[in-house]
Design a protein around this ligand. Structure first.
Ligand code: NZQ
Ligand code: ZN
Length: 389
């Protein structure tokens, strides 16, 4: 196990009715004037926004609203939010929604106390040292931003989708009521399930030896998600399966299962280029790239892929070679994504094979991955596999 520091300071308030505590929690975190950030309207239609605003009023927290965050959130709304915070002297960001709203709130929090362009932090020009405090009311189990140290924003100028990790990005609190996810379209739920599984697998495929504890935690999370997913997909009011997915999505990405081990992240980096170019959902990009990445890299450590196949997917050996078992595990994962209605090939997310060189050229620093380091020719190979499916 490698040395590590781990601080997950977020207060998680989980369960039915917890959105009523938003005002109290903002107060507890020192907020008096909040910018409430939300998406394209689901929280207006469900009545959640009205409940949250009522809770803020009750706690005496003044508020300004900023709606209209799109999936794959853009820089334009971040600039707008920074302006609103400065004009109204706001001291707290409250996101009501999914990863896109939470990440927009985090980026606004970064930009308000900074004299320059908030994008400086995302493109590596400046180091983040201060940010406004923020919290969230989560409505989709997916990105894990409610517990993570990351924010991912797409700059409109050049369609650059970039992530920024900083401990200042950990929310002060996250309200997690599984009932709030009952209104999710099935496709969005499936995208979220794919994303949380990807967060675990980015950590599971590692070169670090002797990480049995986090290996087993990762496997337990994957098994629990694989069990809960079809139940939640089949019944949008089944509390227990939605609750399992909501907590698993957080654990998948607050780094509980990633500490002390080298992590990969190539599939995310390549997937971000698909979302930036074709505006496909993040989970959809991962359903296309992760299996392709696995088919390209499994020979690097066949034993790890055999373990993945047998422990996570229940693949029987049936006298087959290690390589055949490893490939059967990848096939089982692909079948699972297909059963959720996820896309499979590059074309399924609007991609074209002739775009592969341009997609590759945009991957940050021209290389990615740690389990197997991928340089541009290898990134192209992965994308060609994704094109075939
Ligand atoms: O915008 P509204 O109308 O709210 O609709 C949203 C949106 O269309 C809808 N939705 C969410 N909750 C709902 C609901 N519809 C009905 N009922 C509900 N309860 O779902 C759609 C997707 O929402 P979004 O916030 O985009 O989803 P998600 O949580 O998957 O976030 C995706 C973004 O997070 C980034 C992704 O790259 C992507 O930009 N990520 C953030 C990470 C982080 N900060 O740690 C890590 C991830 O790897 C990821 O990169
Ligand atoms: Zn992700």
């Amino acid at each position: 196990m490698l040395n590590f520091e781990f601080c997950s300071p977020t207060k998680f308030v989980f369960g039915r009715g917890t959105q009523q505590q938003a005002g109290r929690l903002v107060r507890e975190a020192g907020g008096t004037r909040a910018l409430v950030v939300y998406g394209g309207g689901s929280v207006v239609r469900s009545g959640l926004l009205a409940q949250v605003l009522a809770s803020l009023d009750e706690a005496g927290v003044a508020h300004v609203e900023l709606g209209g965050v799109r999936p794959n959130p853009r820089s334009g709304l971040v600039y707008e939010g920074i302006r609103l915070c400065r004009e109204n002297q706001l001291d707290f960001l409250l996101a009501v929604g999914g990863g896109s709203s939470i990440d927009t709130a985090k980026a606004i929090a970064d930009g308000v106390p900074y004299d320059g362009d908030f994008w400086d932090f995302y493109c590596g020009k400046a180091k983040l040292t201060r940010a406004l405090p923020h919290g969230c009311v989560l409505t989709i189990p997916a990105a894990g931003s409610e517990g993570s140290n990351s924010s991912v924003i797409t700059h409109e100028d050049g369609d650059l989708k970039r992530g920024l990790s900083s401990e200042l990005h950990r929310p002060r609190f996250a309200i997690m009521n599984p009932e709030l996810t009952f209104t999710l379209p099935r496709y969005q739920l499936a995208c979220g399930i794919t994303d949380m599984m990807a967060h675990i697998m980015e950590r599971y495929f590692t070169n670090t030896p002797d990480v049995a504890l986090t290996d087993r935690m990762a496997e337990a999370l994957l098994l629990s998600i694989i069990e809960a997913a079809p139940r939640a997909m089949a019944d949008s009011t089944d509390y227990e399966s939605h609750a399992t997915l909501m907590w698993a999505g957080m654990l998948a990405h607050n780094n509980s299962v990633g500490v002390g081990r080298e992590q990969d992240w190539a599939s995310h980096h390549i997937g971000h280029e698909l979302s930036a170019r074709y505006d496909c959902a993040h989970g959809a990009s991962l359903a296309v790239i992760f299996p392709a990445w696995m088919k390209y890299t499994y020979t690097h450590d066949v034993a790890r892929f055999v373990r993945f196949a047998t422990v996570v997917w229940g693949v029987e050996r049936d006298g087959r070679s290690d390589e055949e078992v490893a490939l059967a595990g990848i096939a089982a994962m692909e079948a699972f994504f297909t059963s959720l209605g996820m896309p499979h090939t590059l074309a399924d997310v609007g991609g074209k094979e002739e775009d592969i060189p341009a997609l590759t050229a945009k991957v940050v620093n021209g290389k990615t991955g740690h389990f197997v380091e991928l340089l541009p020719p290898q990134i192209e190979d992965v994308l060609h596999i994704a094109a075939k499916g």
